[in-house]
Ligand binder design. Structure first.
Ligand SMILES: *[C@@H]1O[C@H](CO)[C@@H](O)[C@H](O)[C@H]1NC(C)=O
Length: 542
């Protein structure tokens, strides 16, 4: 404690004695200050990713990787456990959650083709999230883990997808909670830490409408919110509340505490991390505890390509086109006729085409190559890549900007329509609808991509904006996680709006007061006019 030295250079005993007391106090204070400011040595973090969706779990993997690299201990609740990990990572295997998707045929690519699902079914999505939570909290491995009262955590880091029940984990471990939202700053998550922005200029999270809205679009936006909140409040929330009480009452009781109100817990997160970044225009303003860390899942530098693929891309004289429909929807589930049509379309090109396809295809043209597994980041990083044909998933959209690769996007489901809307709005993408005519409709899009360089120019600009930041997104995330623990929940970042009820925010009470006053004035005027008219009546009679 060299810092305390100046205080003990006094000669007098009494003074020294007094100073010794102050010195001890100082020591304590400084120690306390140090633990507050830099005392985060190794944190114990519970990272919770219950969705059986590979792309979302890749975000979880990114979070875990950055926390481990920063020297923290992580317990990862995951559907896809990682292999060959250091001892600072413990995993709770909830791979049983995958069954849920297998049962839901509305989530196959052929269903999407048949039904042309442009409109997302909000209630279905909410039910899906609820069911996912139910399944996770009845998973054998996870319930066993929760029963262990010796577990301690400094922070709960949870994926945020449509259901907030898991916020109860922060009550179980009596520690701060941070959410990671796999999309951007949408009103439906901002409302958990602040308030949703105005629907007149802040699009709904599943819309394809673009700002500025026409009159009808604006009404549609308002309606989307009313519908979402009505379904959430009257159908989903009561079930969630019940589930929260059933799951967490015993767990919290085992630890000698009582369960707080559901509403006090779900609006109590310290930070929401958003999977977006500054290179996306027309984002709503965000509260100070919403942090953009989009791109943190991308390995930097990328892992080298396998030798064969590296040679293939290096030697592609006319450049390379990469086609992948992501990990959720498999190309192998596409109808045979559509696959044959696409093979023909790609065969007509002189460029080398890489298609991520999960099984072998016979009789391929010489420029078309099938990859059963594709190291996407490394392919996108290659200098010979011309563009990327994608379903517009959240990770692919960010990777396209990270590596500066323009895209042709074929959105299929959920947020893909929104991601693709943003990509088109930002000028680096062409949208092609998913249909049986895809082999035909893709042709002109490919031609524009190859001949018109505005897409490439635009994405290069965006990529420059994206990379122009103080620190890489993974480092930023770790900083805020540590900050939350150091400051015991970062209460200083919270928005005052959270404590103001909706009727006050909308000044409905003022409106009520004005209406009452107007009513009283009207009554007074009525009374007066009645009296004066009676008087004049009397006078007339007289
Ligand atoms: C809300 O979060 C803060 C900071 O993490 C914590 O101290 C407090 O106990 C939490 N409240 C509830 C009701 O969980």
């Amino acid at each position: 404690m060299r810092l305390c030295r100046p205080y003990i250079t006094v000669g007098d005993r009494r003074v020294l004695h007094l100073h010794a007391v102050t010195r001890n106090k100082m020591k304590l204070l400084i120690l306390f200050g140090l633990t507050l400011l830099c005392g985060v040595e190794s944190l114990k973090v519970l990272v919770y990713y219950p969705l059986p969706v590979r792309s979302v779990s890749m975000l979880g993997n990114g979070v875990v990787r950055h926390l481990l690299d920063a020297g923290h201990e992580v317990t990862y609740v995951t559907v896809y456990p990682l292999k060959n990990m250091p001892p600072t990572l413990k995993q709770v295997d909830i791979s049983g959650n995958e069954e849920m998707l297998a049962k839901d045929d509305s989530l196959s690519i052929s269903h999407m083709l048949e039904n042309n699902v442009q409109d997302n079914d909000v209630l279905h999505i909410q039910e899906f999230a609820k069911e996912n939570t139910r399944q996770t909290f009845t998973n054998k491995n996870f319930t066993k883990f929760l029963q262990d009262t010796s577990q301690r955590f400094d922070l709960v880091f949870s994926d945020l997808f449509e259901s907030e029940v898991c916020a109860g984990l922060s009550v179980v471990y009596d520690c701060p909670l941070v959410w990671f939202y796999s999309m951007g700053a949408h009103w439906n998550v901002l409302r958990l830490i602040d308030e949703g922005r105005n629907p007149a200029y802040d699009p709904d999270y599943l819309t394809t409408n673009v700002v500025p809205f026409s009159f009808l679009e604006r009404v549609e936006q308002l309606w989307a919110r009313i519908k979402y909140m009505a379904l959430k409040t009257f159908i989903t929330l009561p079930d969630e509340k019940k589930m929260y009480e059933e799951i967490f009452t015993p767990l919290v009781a085992q630890r000698g505490r009582t369960l707080p109100n559901y509403e006090d817990v779900i609006y109590n997160a310290s930070i929401i991390f958003g999977n977006e970044h500054n290179a996306v225009k027309l984002r709503p303003s965000t509260p100070q505890n919403f942090k953009y860390i989009g791109g943190m899942h991308i390995p930097d530098p990328v892992t080298p390509l396998p030798k064969k693929l590296q040679d293939l891309m290096d030697n592609a004289k006319h450049g390379v086109i990469y086609f992948s429909m992501g990990s959720f929807f498999k190309s192998k589930h596409l109808p045979k006729s559509l696959v044959r049509g696409l093979v023909k379309t790609f065969g007509e090109l002189k460029e080398t085409v890489l298609w991520k396809f999960e099984e072998d295809l016979p009789d391929l043209p010489s420029n078309l190559h099938i990859l059963q597994w594709a190291p996407q980041s490394s392919i996108l990083a290659h200098k010979n890549l011309k563009f990327f044909i994608t379903h517009g998933g959240l990770l692919s959209s960010i990777e396209a900007i990270h590596f500066g690769v323009p895209v042709i996007a074929i959105p299929v489901y959920f947020d893909q329509f929104t991601n693709v809307r943003k990509a088109v709005e930002n000028g680096y993408a062409i949208r092609v609808p998913l249909s049986y005519d895809l082999p035909e409709t893709l042709r002109p899009a490919i031609k524009s991509m190859l001949t018109d360089n505005t897409y490439k120019k635009r994405i290069t600009e965006l990529s420059t904006i994206y990379h122009d930041r103080l620190v890489p997104p993974g480092k930023e995330m770790v900083h805020w996680v540590e900050h939350v623990v150091r400051t015991r929940g970062a209460l200083h970042l919270r928005s005052p709006a959270l404590n103001v009820p909706l009727y006050q925010r909308l000044f409905l009470d003022l409106l009520a007061v004005i209406l009452i006053i107007l009513y009283i004035i009207k009554r007074i005027i009525n009374n007066l006019t009645r009296k004066t008219s009676k008087k004049t009546d009397k006078k007339k009679k007289n």
